[in-house]
Design a protein around this ligand. Structure first.
Ligand SMILES: O=P(O)(O)O[C@@H]1C[C@H](O)[C@@H](CO)O1
Ligand code: HPA
Length: 296
């Protein structure tokens, strides 16, 4: 079999080494911030801030609402890496570039990745400000980040995708949401390439396919994170009703404003989840959650 054209593993290893040398210690938990959610990074204590442009091989975001910094710090006792900004297929990057940060996290020894994204709410009961925890996804980008020759140093050729979003972590998120009085709603994310928002007919199609929310990211990252052996938890903030649901136009400004408005709510859930994950044995579920049915 031919060698990969670009040695992704070598590049990711170099990026990871640069980060390791810039911080006192590397935590095993990482958080990726979606559109409008930059301010969540302000809650990170003792943060070392590394601009993406300083990290070898790292791309630089081109979209408003994605700051382009990697932070290493803590939320109370929970150490974490925060990626303040992500890359999208519609920016013109191949998916291997879009998902490069996941490879760097893999080389940093990260065990769990929490992805966040702004989304349009398809399901009739979803409203802007609702917090959805992904139970599954539909990859409708028309491409896959693992396309091409497989580098076995990075993962297996045919990774299983039965449980992309860890059932155990989803239950933790639901449980911590419940403790805070926040409804963390299970849902399926449909990923389209963008950058145009969907038409009402496309939204009806996505609804028929079983999607609850729609966005333009997250799925390639989740696929690569699983390929790299990391556990994934993903939150979709509903920033707007999907096209045609209310009949009102959608704008990126509306998405960013809704993200900003929901930052305190998401911050509370993320803090509790991070503390649970940093506590050895902390993902243990209460009896109530253990009996939770298949809808998490
Ligand atoms: O990075 P995310 O998925 O949060 O950003 C969404 C999708 C587009 O980049 C943008 C559309 O407003 O928000
Ligand atoms: O309605 C949407 N569609 C696709 N991506 C999005 N990101 C935020 N809102 C949306």
């Amino acid at each position: 079999m031919s060698e990969p054209v670009i040695d992704l593993a070598a590049r990711a290893a170099e990026s990871a080494l640069f980060i390791k040398r810039s911080v006192p210690a590397v935590p095993p938990l990482a958080l990726v911030l979606g559109s409008g959610l930059n301010e969540l990074a302000e809650g990170v204590q003792d943060a070392t801030v590394i601009p993406y442009r300083d990290i070898p091989h790292f791309p630089v975001p081109t979209v408003a609402g994605h700051a382009g910094n990697l932070l290493v710090g803590r939320i109370d006792s929970a150490g974490l890496i925060v990626l303040q900004g992500r890359f999208h297929y519609y920016e013109g990057h191949p998916l291997e570039v879009v998902t490069f940060p996941m490879r760097v996290l893999q080389f940093l020894g990260v065990r769990t990745v929490i992805l966040t994204a702004a989304t349009g709410g398809i399901r009739a009961d979803l409203r802007p400000g609702n917090l959805v925890c992904l139970s599954d996804h539909l990859n409708l980008i028309g491409d896959n980040p693992l396309r091409g020759s497989n580098d076995t140093r990075l993962g297996t050729r045919f990774p299983d995708m039965t449980e992309v979003y860890s059932k155990k972590l989803r239950a933790v998120a639901r449980e911590e949401g419940k403790r805070l009085g926040i409804n963390v709603i299970p849902g399926v994310y449909a990923c389209l390439p963008g950058p145009s928002y969907e038409t009402p007919a496309e939204i009806r199609m996505l609804q028929a396919l079983g999607a609850d929310v729609v966005g333009m990211s997250t799925v390639p990252e989740a696929i690569v994170a699983r390929h790299g052996g990391m556990d994934v938890l993903a939150f979709a903030l509903v920033t707007n009703s999907a096209a045609g649901v209310l009949g009102t136009p959608i704008s990126h400004k509306e998405v960013l404003d809704a993200g900003k408005k929901a930052t305190p709510l998401l911050g509370k859930v993320l803090r509790r989840v991070a503390l649970r994950l940093s506590d050895p044995g902390g993902t243990g579920l209460t009896a109530e959650m253990q009996t939770f049915g298949g809808d998490v």
